[in-house]
Design a protein around this ligand. Structure first.
Ligand code: CA
Length: 189
């Protein structure tokens, strides 16, 4: 198809192309993983670290997908999820995210369309979770007024280099485990 920058690449290689995703996430490492996933899938990621920042973002633009960490520095992500699913118009997909065993139940109780475990186990899980809850894929990107997103599959190499740098700079074990699990997910694809 027209528009893909590399021969041999198809829409299947950029399953979330054109999508704008807002991640409300205070963990630097969880955000980094989401950034890599979004870039690999062709989606544009914006990030808010607090409920207050998220509300400021939502006054300025309308993301297609919002991923809300349940534990945020200024309150529970559940309250934001409730507001988002009741908003008119509402984002196409609102997902909760947590590393806790009770996270899924809490997110769904707040009205989330679905849930992402942290760390996200693979690119495939990430993409299928988002796409499974998408009511109308044709609408994605339709609310964006700027220039079309230009995906850059070659940036994967840069992402991996950056991830390796992060690992080298951050010796704490949970962070290493988080990133290395993510990288293995990419490698298995
Ligand atoms: Ca958190």
């Amino acid at each position: 198809p027209q528009g893909f920058p590399m021969p041999g690449l198809t829409a299947a290689d950029l399953p979330l192309q054109g999508m704008t995703i807002l991640a409300v996430e205070d963990s630097r490492f969880a955000s980094e993983a989401l950034r890599l996933l979004c870039r690999r899938a062709g989606a544009r990621l914006r990030r808010a670290e607090t409920l207050a920042q998220a509300r400021a973002h939502l006054r300025v633009y309308r993301p297609d997908v919002v991923i809300v960490d349940l534990g945020l520095p200024d309150g529970s992500g559940g309250s934001l999820i409730r507001d988002l699913v009741l908003a008119q118009p509402r984002p196409a997909v609102v997902l909760g995210a947590s590393g806790d065993a009770q996270g899924r139940a809490r997110a769904l109780a707040a009205g989330a369309d679905g849930f992402l475990d942290k760390p996200v186990p693979s690119l495939a899980v990430f993409c299928t979770t988002l796409l499974a809850h998408l009511p109308d894929p044709g609408q994605i990107g339709a609310n964006q007024t700027g220039a079309a997103l230009i995906p850059d599959p070659l940036a994967l190499h840069d992402d991996l280099t950056h991830a390796a740098d992060l690992l080298a700079q951050n010796p704490d074990a949970p962070a290493r485990q988080h990133l290395s699990g993510f990288l293995n997910g990419l490698a298995r694809r």
